[in-house]
Design a protein around this ligand. Sequence first.
Ligand SMILES: Nc1ncnc2c1ncn2[C@@H]1O[C@H](COP(=O)(O)OP(=O)(O)OP(=O)(O)O)[C@@H](O)[C@H]1O
Ligand SMILES: [Mg+2]
Length: 362
Amino acid sequence: MSATAASTAAKVPAGAEPGFTRHAAAEQPLEPLLEVENLRTLFPVRAGVFLRKIGDVHAVDGVSFTLARGRTLGLVGESGCGKTTVGRTILNLVPPTSGSVRFEGRNLSELSRREWRDVRRDMQIVFQDPMESLNARHTVGQILEEPFVIHKIGTTAERRERVARLLEHVGLQPSAAQRFPHEFSGGQRQRIGIARAIALEPKLIICDEAVSALDVSIRAQIVNLLLELQREMDLALLFIAHDLSVVKHVSDDVAVMYLGVIMEQAPSEEIYERPAHPYTRALISAIPIPDPRRKRQRIVLQGDVPSPIHPPPGCRFHTRCPFATDICKTVVPVWESVSPGHNVACHHWRKVVESGDVVGGP
Ligand SMILES: Nc1ncnc2c1ncn2[C@@H]1O[C@H](COP(=O)(O)OP(=O)(O)OP(=O)(O)O)[C@@H](O)[C@H]1O
Ligand SMILES: [Mg+2]
C-alpha cells in the first residue's frame, strides 16, 4: 500500500482549538524528505526450553508513506498497533524485516556506518517520558552537550555557549544547565528533550507521544514550541499520538494505523470531516466535543484488538467492523483514492462515506 503524506498544501485548521497556533506554510514545491516503502518489522516469538521460534509479532506489516520537508504527518491508532515500531525502525533502532526507508533519496539500509552517523544527526526523536530518555545522573548541561561531544563539534566553551542558546530557544533559563532533570516539571523536562533533539539542527523529528503525558495547558505550550521550531528550522515532524484532537491541530496529514498497517491517510481536515474507513470513524467518534449543545454518536467497537501474532486474514479490521461482509474475511483491501491526497484500504469505503452521519471535528 502506498500513501503520500503532506502532498497537499498546508491549511490552518478551521475552528482550531484555542491555544494551538498552527501556521500556514507558504505554498512551495514539496520535496520528499522521508520515503517509507512497504516497511515490515516482525519480532520473533520464542517458547520452550530451547527458545524455538514459534511465530512473529507483526508489529509493522507493510507501511508506506512519504513525508515532505517542513511538514507534519500525524500517526494515530490504538495502543500496540505499531506506531512506535515505525518510528524506531525509521531510525534503525530496530532493524526492518523488509521494505525500505529513504531519507533525502538515500536508502538507509545501504549506508556505511559513517554515512549513517551523518544521517542520524538529521533524524531525531522525542519520547513520551523525558525522565526515561534523559540521563538522571547528568546535569541538563551535560545532557545537551553530549550530541556536540559525540559529533566533535566546538570547543568546551563553544559547546557551553550553544547549550545556553539551546535552553533559551526552548523557553528555559541558561542557568537550567546546572540542574538535574528531576528538578524540572514534566513540561520543562519535555522542553529539555526537545532542546536535545534540535541541538544538531535536524531535518526530521519523530515525536513519539511527546505530549501525551502532559496536562492540557502544558501540552498546548509544548505543541506550540514544536510548531514554532518547525517553522524556523523547516523541520519535518512525524507526530505519533493516541490523542486525535492534538494530532488534528498539529498535522498536515494524518495516517491511521491498525494492527501494523495504515488503514487510511488524508489531509488533516479531510480525515476528520470525511473519514472513509470505519476504524477512523470509530476513533473520531470517541473524541469528546467541547460544546455541550453538540452531540456525536459514539461508535463503540465490538471485541478486542486481535493478536498481532495472528492478524486476521483479509482486512485486519473485519473482526470488529460494522460494515464487514464475506469479502473482508478473505481479500486484503487495496489502497484506493477517495480524493486527491486521501487514500483508504477498505472494500466498503463508498458505503461508509455515503452513510454519512458521523462526525465533524471537535
Ligand atoms: N522489542 C519487541 N519485541 C517483541 N514485541 C515487540 C517489541 N516492541 C514492540 N513489540 C510488539 O509490537 C507491537 C507494536 O508495538 P508498538 O510499541 O510499536 O505499538 P504502539 O502503537 O507504539 O503502542 P502504544 O500506543 O502503546 O505506544 C505490540 O504488539 C508490541 O507488543
Ligand atoms: Mg508507542
